[in-house]
Design a protein around this ligand. Structure first.
Ligand code: BEZ
Length: 212
């Protein structure tokens, strides 16, 4: 099954470092990110899991639950967490799914056989409170992810859900945003964007971030 932006995120039941998890039930009404790791006790993954743990408050502020998956079993994950906490000065409070049967990896197409037959790539699935996949990023095992970029994507998704705007290149929270081209009615523009806007082209209109 291929997963697209807008697909309902597939449900599953799997063991984790926090016990048995039924994914949809675990997500509840929250946003979520599900991120995969090729293997336990590997260097890049160790740094990523530590960074995710240290950004706990940033994810919480945005109402996002984090869950990781790696193709080893839960006992291995528990031993690895000790190393992650010690080497990354982190305290891991989010669950890591055991996936030695590759159930989650297969369901989410995280194994790319042309890269590696058995290990996952580094995927991140961004899931909204309606359990829709809203964004996906995929990196090879050799490239660690940028967790500031993950937070930036969440900020963009949450902002653009609530206002008729989109976020331009390299946008970060607080920067100007663009007004969606479909919005043309002058009265609605004035109501929605009381701070005004700059029209560089009729289709390229910049406005201060409306929730600031
Ligand atoms: C790592 O996390 O360091 C890693 C994992 C698999 C292949 C290459 C690097």
């Amino acid at each position: 099954m291929s997963l697209h932006i807008g697909s309902i995120t597939p449900d599953f039941e799997q063991d984790s470092t926090h016990g048995r998890i039924r994914f949809h039930e675990w997500l509840g009404q929250s946003w979520g990110i599900l991120f995969s790791h090729p293997k336990d006790f590997t260097p890049v993954c160790t740094t990523e899991l530590g960074r995710a743990a240290n950004l706990k408050q940033e994810f919480e502020k945005r109402g996002v639950k984090m869950i990781a998956v790696s193709v080893d079993d839960v006992e291995s994950h528990k031993r690895w967490i000790g190393d992650i906490e010690e080497t990354q000065s982190a305290h891991l409070e989010y669950p890591i799914l055991g996936d030695s049967d590759r159930k989650v990896a297969r369901l989410y197409d995280m194994i790319h056989p042309e890269a590696n037959d058995t290990l996952t790539v580094r995927s991140v699935f961004f899931i909204d409170p309606n359990k829709k996949i809203r964004a996906v990023i995929t990196y090879p095992a050799s490239t660690g992810r940028n967790f500031q970029e993950i937070l930036r994507v969440i900020d963009s998704l949450q902002l653009t859900d609530n206002y008729k705007v989109a976020t331009p290149v390299d946008w970060k929270d607080g920067d100007d945003v663009v007004i969606v081209p479909a919005l043309q009615d002058p009265a609605e523009l004035a109501t929605r964007f009381p701070k005004g806007y700059r029209a560089i082209r009729p289709y390229l209109r910049l406005t201060p971030q409306p929730n600031r």
